[in-house]
Write a protein that binds this ligand. Structure first.
Ligand code: NDP
Ligand code: GDR
Length: 330
């Protein structure tokens, strides 16, 4: 039975990845931060087979202990301050967790080691935010980085140190440069889920307005369930490497809003959307669109869920959740 340790187990990707690995027969350990973390219950209810281990990316000792306990074949480092807007408010914390946290995880693996025949394989959750003010379109594994936020800058460090540990110590370390991926499990702070949740509530008459920032940025949005498959595939190859994972399509925030309202049967969406300066960022990433040819050819990866299916799935889910809440409160 293979063993995996996932950091960021309470997040969107951690939960999708744990489900995938469990379905493949893995024993899965998840790193859980904090004292009485309220999301522990969610993970325990959704994925009771996952064993939770206490630890924090800012505390090397706790990472060493987690690796010692889990004795993993594979470590997936998904934990991070992942909200770009928050990284402008708390840049030092972001650098410490999203950036230096990667280094600590790599060091924990080096300290504990794996048997020589079976060294621990490492996956780093890198991001298209590293491309920021893009130097070329579409973006590939070779496109130069130009981060536009403390988050993007921290991810560049995490990516570079992963490559460096691979080259310096021969570690089986991979970096997945994943473009935006969304789902029903997406946090409400991210624009897609914020939109689909609000659309559902507006449809049910629970709110009238949706306040958003810049509607013009374009993103390459895929479905998270498809993307965790790519993470796993990277660690099953003979050689470690870096891969862009993307759909190759780009859509504006405005288009996401329009589609989400339309799917709920509301066509006069502009009546409900207000532009609020508070949601604008000091520097924006205007356009992202990835070229996943390498992942498609070398990993045999393909995305299954289209952009319109993604929007519809999220709206339908939020309509159901909000309807259930209304029924229960009666
Ligand atoms: P989420 O924000 O949903 O999850 C982040 C996870 O990190 C949570 O489990 C959180 O724990 C954990 N975490 C935060 N700080 C610490 C810490 N100090 N120690 C241990 N754990 C911590 O992110 P996603 O699931 O969406 O993304 C997973 C990874 O992939 C992140 O690194 C993100 O930056 C990266 N990424 C995501 C993309 C996307 O579109 N989703 C695209 C490209 C990269 P808690 O819940 O307890 O706060
Ligand atoms: P992003 O995701 O920054 O791409 O990072 P987010 O959904 O936060 O923003 C996408 C775009 O929407 C614009 N926007 C708003 N964003 C939010 N959150 N709230 C708003 O009200 C709003 N209005 C407009 C933003 O300005 C931005 O242009 C995500 C995260 O998952 C990262 O961790 C990951 O690395 C990248 O995707 C790839």
């Amino acid at each position: 039975m293979k063993r995996a340790l996932i950091t960021g187990i309470t997040g969107q990707d951690g939960r999708f990845l744990a489900e995938l690995l469990l379905s493949k027969g893995y024993q899965v350990y998840g790193l859980l931060k904090g004292q009485a973390n309220p999301k522990a219950q969610l993970v325990q209810a959704e994925l009771p087979q996952v064993e939770l281990l206490e630890g924090d990316l800012t505390d090397l000792t706790s990472l060493v202990r987690a690796v010692e306990t889990a004795q993993p074949d594979e470590v997936y480092n998904l934990a991070a301050i992942s909200f770009v807007a928050m990284s402008f408010q708390q840049p030092e914390l972001t650098a410490n967790i999203t950036g230096l946290g990667v280094l600590r995880m790599l060091e924990a693996i080096r300290i504990v080691g794996g048997s020589h025949d079976n060294p621990i394989r490492f996956y780093q959750a890198s991001s298209s935010e590293m491309f920021g003010k893009v130097r070329e379109t579409p973006q590939t594994e070779l496109t130069p980085f130009y981060p536009r936020s403390p988050y993007g800058a921290a991810k560049v460090f995490g990516h570079d140190i992963t490559v460096n540990y691979r080259e310096s110590y021969g570690m089986f370390a991979c970096s997945g440069i994943l473009f935006n991926h969304e789902s029903e499990k997406r946090g409400l702070e991210f624009v897609t889920r914020k939109i689909t949740n609000a659309v559902a509530r507006i449809k049910l008459g629970l709110q009238t307005e949706l306040a958003l920032g810049n509607l013009e940025p374009q993103r390459d949005w895929g479905y998270a369930g498809d993307y965790v498959e790519a993470m796993w595939l990277m660690l099953q190859q003979d050689q470690p490497g870096d891969y862009v994972v993307a759909t190759g399509e780009t859509h504006s925030v405005r288009e996401f809003v329009e589609r989400a309202f339309h799917h709920a049967g509301i066509d006069d969406w502009e009546r409900h959307v207000v532009i609020d300066e508070r949601f604008f960022r000091p520097a924006e990433v205007d356009l992202l669109v990835g070229d996943a040819t390498k992942a498609e050819q070398m990993l045999g990866w393909e995305r299954k869920v289209s952009f319109s299916e993604l929007v519809e799935r999220m709206v339908d889910h939020d309509l159901k959740v909000e309807t259930d809440l209304v029924e229960r409160s009666r």
